[in-house]
Ligand binder design. Structure first.
Ligand code: ADP
Length: 640
């Protein structure tokens, strides 16, 4: 045993007397201090095992010294040895925290006895506090371990996609944290109504595989039905199932959205180590993790099934589907698109579309200026097939292109156009003959008023049919690309000519015409007859549909190598639902009176002419406010 050190703070030479005669011979180490300050210095620098202080002491009271000493070390035995005894002093000392009192004059054996007693007490106190610290540390360690395991499992639940791995990790953590012999995770099989072992630790593989428990009359079934944890620390073994006995056990329910779907359990079959409520809490927390993992896996598998279903639908449908992410990578492509471009889906998926897809129409559809709004375009393939491609921007996903094969419709259209052209052609001569003969009628003899009226009606109707036929034939020629002859056309002059032919009609309707055509407009490479026809049709329409006293503006300017021509009116406008179709043949908007003369071919001719000149045309219109047609034509190369 190390030598105990005693600090003596006694007046005069009494300290050294006790040291020499009593304490040193008994084997104690002694330090002497003659004042309170010296004693406090000793206490700080070289703490003793016992403090014996006199009363009075130099530099202060012994009670103050005792207070300072106990503040520094609450377990330090402080003994009072006053110079003179008074009856009140022992009680006062006790209240001040002294552990003992030596009545003066102190005898040697009394001193030793009190010192030994104080030392014993100090030792007991130290032992107790050590134990206390140890037990606190171990419970803290245990809790820390628990927290660490929870954190680890939490991480695994979120990072591991493999449900088996997560559940095995949960069972292992439950076994480790409770120091159990084995653990298992039982899930309810909805079909058989039995519990089966989904994961286990320290349980024989064969048993784990075949383990089945009814939910009636079993401990696990009881937990499943009640939803309450079960803690068994019985002295006699309990039955889990036939011939499977455990000494101690914890079963906790595994709940998903208030529904118990299984049981997580740990047990001891060989030893009798008991489980605590703390263990139940730990296993319950782990069960929650397992439940989350199972639910996540279920949701994931549902989503995956749905995704696969959608993918199958998209890849199997006859229409082409191509989805591109915001970075331009192909996310999804189906068989029809692969066939159309003669590529395999492996070559396409994940690649940037512009590195693989070469078709100019498709690239044009995906161009920066078109990809922000839905767009439609016809894509003609080398093998003769024609697709109607529709581009739709999808927020947060990218761009989707659907492609319908319209080859047969195109063919029908061609046959119809051929037929119409042939018929129109064949009708022209008889119509000319009819007109000729009708004009001759009044020359061969007098006609009465009624007859003359009828003749006029016949002429009007035949003229209408002739216009229609001329329009049809024009359209047929333009669409067939017969107008190949192109020359450098002064578009400026041409606009004026076109307007001049409409001017009388505008004057009749008292319409105001504002012309803002830049005099030095660059020239256009094109067919002058057709370009004039295009402007004429647009301006005629503006005049025709705008009521009397309306305003019409014709604006033309050049910008960035292009001529921009706008025909603006404040007429009835075109309903939004009609706008996509007004360039189709024979289409007339729903808001015009049915007796308005016209064939519905004017804008189809305009569009064909514009496209034949590599230009673009579009309409902006608001019902009740007016309409603006905008035509953009490229400037002739030699003008640039
Ligand atoms: P139509 O012979 O009927 O004028 P178009 O092809 O020239 O045939 O025009 C198609 C339809 O577009 C018209 O019937 C009309 O409904 C609408 N439309 C064309 N221009 C205008 C306009 N300036 N204002 C209002 N509606 C117009």
């Amino acid at each position: 045993m190390p030598e105990k050190r005693i600090l003596l703070v006694l007046p005069g030479n009494s300290g050294s007397l006790i040291e020499r005669l009593v304490l040193l011979p008994a084997g104690y180490q002694v330090a002497l201090a003659s004042s309170r300050q010296a004693a406090e210095e000793q206490l700080r620098t070289n703490p003793p095992d016992i403090l014996i202080t006199g009363d009075p002491i130099g530099g202060g009271s012994c009670f103050e010294l005792a207070k300072a000493a106990l503040e520094q070390d609450a377990a330090l035995p402080v003994i009072l040895l006053p110079e003179r005894h008074s009856d009140s002093l022992p009680l006062q000392a006790l209240r001040a925290g002294f552990c003992d009192y030596l009545r003066p004059p102190a005898k040697a054996d009394e001193v030793l006895q009190i010192v030994e007693r104080a030392l014993e007490r100090r030792e007991r106190w130290q032992k107790w506090s050590l134990q206390q610290v140890r037990s606190n540390t171990s419970s803290l360690e245990q809790r820390l371990q628990g927290l660490e395991a929870m954190q680890r499992i939490g991480h695994e639940v979120t990072s591991l996609l493999d449900l088996d791995a997560v559940l095995t990790a949960v069972v292992s953590a439950a076994v480790d944290l409770t120091h159990a012999e084995e653990g298992s995770l039982l899930l309810l099989d909805e079909n058989s109504g039995e519990l089966y072992m989904r994961a286990s630790r320290n349980i024989n593989d064969e048993l784990a595989k075949t383990f089945r428990l009814p939910i009636r009359d079993t401990l696990a079934g009881q937990v499943l039905r009640s939803g309450q944890p079960l803690l068994i620390n019985e002295s006699s073994p309990q039955k889990i199932k036939t011939a499977y006995l455990v000494n101690t056990l914890i079963y906790v329910p595994l709940s998903v959205q208030e529904r118990v779907i299984g049981v997580l359990g740990v047990d001891n079959r060989l030893n009798n180590r008991t489980f605590s409520e703390y263990h139940v809490a730990m296993v319950s927390a782990l069960a929650d993790y397992a439940a989350i993992a199972i639910e996540n896996a279920r949701l994931y598998s549902n989503t995956e099934t749905e995704r696969k279903k959608l993918e199958t639908i998209l890849t199997r449908i006859e229409d082409g589907v191509l989805v591109i992410d915001p970075d331009g990578r192909i996310m999804l492509v189906n068989r029809t698109v692969c066939d159309a471009f003669n590529l395999s889906s492996e070559m396409l998926v994940g690649k940037r579309y512009y590195e693989i897809l070469q078709h100019p129409d498709l690239l044009d559809l995906l161009s920066e200026e078109k990809r922000h709004a839905p767009h439609r375009m016809e894509i003609s393939l080398e093998d003769g097939r024609v697709f109607n491609a529709q581009l739709t921007p999808i927020p947060d996903i990218g761009l989707a292109i659907t492609m319908q094969d319209i080859t047969h419709l195109k063919e029908l259209d061609r046959i119809k156009t051929d037929f119409v052209n042939t018929v129109s052609h064949d009708l022209r001569s008889p119509l000319t003959a009819i007109l000729g003969y009708v004009e001759l009628i009044d020359r061969v003899g007098p006609v009465n008023d009624m007859q003359s009226q009828f003749i006029q009606r016949v002429q009007f109707s035949v003229n209408n049919i002739t216009t229609l036929i001329n329009d049809l034939l024009d359209l047929g020629r333009i669409e067939a690309g017969f107008d190949v002859r192109k020359e450098v056309v002064p578009i400026n002059t041409l606009i004026h000519y076109a307007i001049d032919s409409v001017r009388p009609r505008m004057q009749e309707k008292n319409q105001t015409l504002v012309l803002d055509v830049s005099p030095d407009l660059p020239h256009v490479l094109g067919n002058p007859v057709r370009l004039r026809q295009m402007v004429n049709n647009l301006v005629s329409n503006a005049s025709k549909y705008t009521p009397n006293n309306g305003n019409i503006e014709v604006l033309a300017s050049a910008e960035g190598g292009q001529i921009i021509l706008q025909i603006v009116d404040n007429g009835p406008g075109i309903p939004g639902t009609d706008q996509p179709y007004i360039f189709d043949k024979f289409y007339r908007a729903s808001n015009i009176p049915s007796d308005t003369p016209g064939t519905g071919l004017g804008l189809a001719i305009v569009k064909s002419i514009v496209e034949n000149h590599q230009g673009r045309i579009w309409v902006e219109s608001t019902v009740g406010h007016g309409t603006t047609f905008t035509v953009v034509l490229p400037v002739a190369d030699r003008e640039l």
